[in-house]
Ligand binder design. Structure first.
Ligand code: ADP
Ligand code: MG
Length: 304
């Protein structure tokens, strides 16, 4: 039988916009020692936009070109035409930028998603690779090191660099930024003050992930994690003796949400994440995290 105090707590949580699946989830929430958070869509708003577009000429030199530059518009059109078939938040940033530039997109001749790395395809007769450094390495694209200064600058500003290779040649680098949620820093401070270990888990590159972590006061960062590895990191933390809560929003986060002692989905996240979670934060606000754990603790104390 469900004790009265659990029902009361579940009701109180609902008033804060927190849906708790069952009494067991509440009980586990009272014991959480470590909170792991996904970056994109969890710490950040999940509404990324393009901030910089850097075209790379054949000679390898970058040029400061204005928006009307033909080569840039042509290449950006091809990239956006391919991104139309990706479900990654970065793709929506590229498509938004294409709309602003009033580009007319093509139908790609082929499209492949490379999990956790980017996309490949043929557009307008050109073979394209769009994604992170690891994708470029997979595709044998050379000359990545020459742009380390620019890339470092993007990463330090918490921007994600997106590399574009056309027919195997590095041709463009785009920087994308996703604003941090307004309440993220206060929410992380509250968690840390309540004695929780807080970890940022991201598929993004380490420098960008660290820049985001620093802005919200998180010291422990696990980055460049492939989707299927997220779950393994949760299990590793549990093996260290932690009772782990995982907060995520994407399809990629679902296995990690299931493995965590308490899976928490953002209400504005994907349906798969919500179905995999024990708790759902309807508002997408992180500020209720610490309150939820203390509510769970108080209600368990009342049962004993
Ligand atoms: P995250 O949700 O943390 O960004 P993902 O595993 O979804 O993690 O993606 C890892 C990385 O792969 C991204 O940070 C990005 O660099 C690259 N990537 C994935 N999909 C795309 C895409 N459609 N366009 C460009 N880059 C992509
Ligand atoms: Mg994500």
């Amino acid at each position: 039988a469900t004790p009265m105090s659990i029902m009361v707590s579940v009701g109180r949580a609902a008033q804060m916009g927190v849906l708790i699946k069952n009494g067991e989830a509440l009980q586990l929430a009272s014991k959480v020692t470590c909170v792991v958070l996904d970056k994109t869509g969890t710490i950040t708003q999940g509404k990324p936009s393009v901030t910089d577009v850097m075209i790379i000429s054949k000679s390898g030199a970058t040029s400061e070109v204005d928006d009307k530059d033909l080569a840039l518009q042509q290449l950006f059109t091809r990239v956006a035409s391919l991104e139309r078939y990706s479900e990654h938040p970065l793709a929506s940033a590229v498509l938004e930028e294409a709309k602003v530039r009033e580009l007319v997109l093509f139908e790609p001749e082929s499209f492949t998603n490379v999990q956790g790395k980017g996309i490949l395809g043929v557009v307008d007769g050109c073979s394209l690779a769009v994604g992170n450094r690891s994708l470029m390495q997979n595709e044998g694209v050379s000359g990545l090191d020459r742009f380390d200064a620019e890339i470092s600058q993007f990463s330090a500003q918490a921007k994600t660099p997106v590399y574009i290779a056309e027919n195997g040649q590095l041709s463009m680098i785009i920087a994308v930024t996703d604003p941090i949620k307004a309440d993220a820093k206060a929410a992380m401070t509250a968690l840390l003050q309540s004695g929780k270990r807080v970890v940022l888990l991201s598929g993004d590159n380490i420098r960008t992930a660290k820049a985001v972590a620093t802005q919200v006061g998180i010291k422990e960062v696990i980055a460049e994690v492939l989707p299927e590895q997220k779950q393994a990191h949760i299990i590793a933390l549990q093996a260290e003796g932690e009772v782990v809560a995982m907060v995520g929003d994407g399809i990629n986060d679902a296995p990690a949400l299931v493995s965590a002692d308490v899976g928490i989905a953002m209400g504005d996240g994907t349906q798969v994440a919500i179905e995999s979670a024990d708790l759902t934060f309807l508002s997408g606000r992180l500020s209720v995290l610490a309150d939820t754990f203390s509510l769970a603790r108080v209600s368990m104390r009342n049962i004993k």
